[in-house]
Design a protein around this ligand. Structure first.
Ligand SMILES: Cc1cc2nc3c(=O)[nH]c(=O)nc-3n(C[C@H](O)[C@H](O)[C@H](O)COP(=O)(O)OP(=O)(O)OC[C@H]3O[C@@H](n4cnc5c(N)ncnc54)[C@H](O)[C@@H]3O)c2cc1C
Length: 452
C-alpha cells in the first residue's frame, strides 16, 4: 500500500489533501530564503487520533513528516520536503480548560497565541509570551520554536511557561511529559527537551501552560542617544536600578524608516532609541530612575510617562519597524543574540556589512535580552539584490558568533541556519542532539534536515 492509499484508508477523507494547488499553501513558512519541496499529501489533523494514525502510517511507509502550525515561522522549519506528509495541527484549536485556581490553561496546539491571551484575560489572567506574531502564530509552533517576545526580558520565553505536554512519537505512541502541578522535578525533564525541538522529536498535541495574574499598567521611558555605544551602556546600567518588563532598541536606520512612515518627530540624527517599560508596583519610579541613568550616559532626549496611552504610542514606533521598512522593499529578518555588553559591537558589525554590501540594514529588537533583528531591505524584483541580501544574512550570523553570541534568539534554526550550527555548538554536543533525535525518532522521519 502506498503512503497516500494508507492515509486515505486510515483517516476520514476530509483530513487528507492531495490537490497540488491546495497543498501549495502548506509548503512554505515565512522564511523567504528557505527552499520548499513538494509534499505527497497534507493531513489536516482534527484530533489526537488523526496525528497517531498519520505517524503510524508514516513510520510503516518510511515517509518523512513535516509538522506545521500556523506557518509563521521565520526559519523554514515548517517548509515541506519532497515526498513528505505535511501534518497540520492548525485545526486542533480548542482551549480545553482554564484553571483559575491553579493559574494554568490546557490547549490544543493550533490555538493562536493571541486567542489564548484574550481568553485568559477575560478571567483576569495573563499568558505572558508575546511574539509580535501572536495574533497569527500557534501555541504548538511557539512550543516547537520556544518563541520569545518583548516581555521575555522579565517573564521569560515560551519554555518558561510550559508545564506539561502531550505529544505523539514518530511511531504513533502518545506520551505525556511534565505535570500540571506548578512545581515538579520528577525524572529527566522531557518537556524541556521537546520545547524548541522544531518538529524533530514528536508532534505536540496538547500544551498546559502557566498563567500569571494580569500585569499592572506599565510606565514607559523613551530615551534617544547620539550613539549605539551610549544606548548599549544604558541597557546594562539600567539593570542596576530596577527589573524592567520591556527594553527595546532601534538603530538610526530604523528610526529614519519609522519617521518616514509615521512622522512622529523622531530625531533623524540620533544613533539609537531605547524604549523601556516597568510594570512593577513602583513602575513610574523605576522609569524615572532609568531616565536619570540614560541622561547621565549622554541621552540627548528622554521622556518618562505613567500614562498607558502615551506609553503605547511610544511603543507603536518600535512595533512599526517592520511595516516601515517594508515600504522600501522586501525584508529579510535576522535574529541574533549577543551578550548584552556587546550589543553596540553587533550593531556596528551590521552597519559595516550594510556599507560593504551597499544595502539598507535596520537593526532593532529586544535589547534587554541582547536579542536583535537586523533586517535587510532589498528589491524583490532583482535576483542579484536577493543573493546579496542572503550573503549579508549569513555575515550577520558570523558577526554574532564572533561576539560570543547565538545564531538565533527566538526564531529557531529551522532550515536556513543549520549550516551555522556547528560554529556555535560543539561536536560532542551535536552528537548528543543527534542521539536524542534517534531515541525519539529511530527512523529519522520527523522533519529531517531541519534544526540540528
Ligand atoms: C510578522 C512576524 C513576527 C514575528 N515575531 C516573532 C517574535 O516576536 N518572536 C518569535 O519568537 N517569533 C516571531 N515570529 C516567528 C514565528 O511567529 C514563531 O516562530 C512562531 O512560534 C511559529 O509558530 P507557528 O504556529 O506559525 O509555527 P510554524 O511556522 O508552523 O512551525 C514552526 C516550527 O514548529 C514546528 N511545529 C509547529 N507546530 C508543531 C506541533 N504541533 N508539534 C511539533 N512541532 C510543531 C514546525 O515543524 C516548525 O519547525 C514572527 C513571525 C512573523 C511572520
Amino acid at each position: 500500500m502506498s503512503a497516500i492509499e494508507g492515509l486515505l484508508a486510515a483517516l476520514p477523507a476530509d483530513r487528507v489533501v492531495t490537490d497540488p494547488d491546495v497543498m501549495d499553501q502548506y509548503r512554505h513558512d515565512r522564511a523567504l530564503t528557505a527552499t520548499a519541496g513538494k509534499p505527497l499529501a497534507v493531513v489536516r489533523a482534527q484530533c489526537v487520533d488523526d496525528v497517531v494514525a498519520t505517524l503510524e502510517l508514516a513510520t510503516a511507509t518510511n515517509t518523512p513528516v513535516v509538522t506545521r502550525g500556523a506557518g509563521t515561522g521565520l526559519a523554514g522549519g515548517a517548509n515541506a520536503i519532497d515526498g513528505c506528509i505535511v501534518l497540520s495541527t492548525a485545526a486542533m484549536n480548542r482551549i480545553l480548560s482554564i484553571d483559575v485556581g491553579q493559574r494554568t490553561a490546557t490547549v490544543e496546539p493550533g490555538v493562536l497565541n493571541g486567542d489564548l491571551a484574550t481568553a485568559v484575560a477575560e478571567r483576569g489572567l495573563w499568558y505572558a509570551p508575546d511574539p509580535s506574531s501572536r495574533a497569527i502564530c500557534s501555541i504548538g509552533g511557539n512550543v516547537a520554536t520556544n518563541a520569545g517576545g518583548a516581555c521575555c526580558v522579565k517573564y521569560g520565553v515560551t519554555g518558561d511557561h510550559v508545564l506539561a505536554l502531550k505529544a505523539v512519537l514518530a511511531n504513533g505512541t502518545v506520551i505525556n511529559t511534565g505535570s500540571s502541578v506548578r512545581k515538579n522535578v520528577a525524572g529527566l525533564d522531557l518537556t524541556k527537551i521537546l520545547i524548541g525541538s522544531e518538529g524533530t522529536l514528536a508532534v505536540v498535541v496538547e500544551v498546559t501552560v502557566r498563567l500569571r495574574p494580569a500585569p499592572r499598567p506599565p510606565s514607559t521611558l523613551v530615551a534617544i542617544f547620539p550613539s549605539c555605544e551610549a544606548a548599549g551602556a544604558a541597557v546594562i546600567a539600567i539593570d542596576a536600578v530596577a527589573e524592567f518588563s520591556l527594553v527595546e532598541v532601534m538603530d538610526r536606520t530604523t528610526i529614519n524608516a519609522v519617521e518616514d512612515h509615521l512622522t512622529m518627530g523622531l530625531d533623524r540624527s540620533a544613533g539609537a532609541l531605547l524604549v523601556v517599560q516597568s510594570d512593577s508596583a513602583c513602575a513610574y519610579d523605576d522609569v524615572v530612575a532609568a531616565d536619570e541613568v540614560c541622561v547621565a550616559l549622554g541621552a540627548s532626549y528622554t521622556a518618562a510617562t505613567a500614562d498607558v496611552t502615551e506609553g503605547a504610542a511610544i511603543l507603536h514606533a518600535r512595533h512599526s519597524a517592520i511595516p516601515a521598512l517594508e515600504r522600501s522593499g522586501a525584508t529579510l529578518l535576522d535574529d541574533v543574540g549577543v551578550p548584552k555588553p556587546r550589543l553596540a559591537e553587533l550593531i556596528a558589525g551590521v552597519e559595516a556589512i550594510a556599507t560593504a554590501r551597499n544595502l539598507t540594514i535596520a537593526t532593532f529588537g529586544h535589547a534587554g535580552d541582547g536579542n536583535l533583528h537586523p533586517t535587510i531591505v532589498y528589491d524583490p524584483a532583482d535576483p542579484i539584490a536577493f543573493e546579496t541580501a542572503k550573503t549579508a544574512f549569513g555575515e550577520i550570523l558570523d558577526v554574532a558568533l564572533a561576539l560570543g553570541g547565538t545564531i538565533t534568539g527566538e526564531h529557531g534554526v529551522g532550515q536556513i541556519k543549520r549550516a551555522w550550527l556547528p560554529s556555535q555548538v560543539g561536536e560532542t554536543e551535536r552528537a548528543l542532539m543527534d542521539g536524542i533525535r534517534r531515541v525519539f525518532d529511530p527512523s529519522g522521519i520527523l522533519n529531517p534536515g531541519k534544526a540540528t
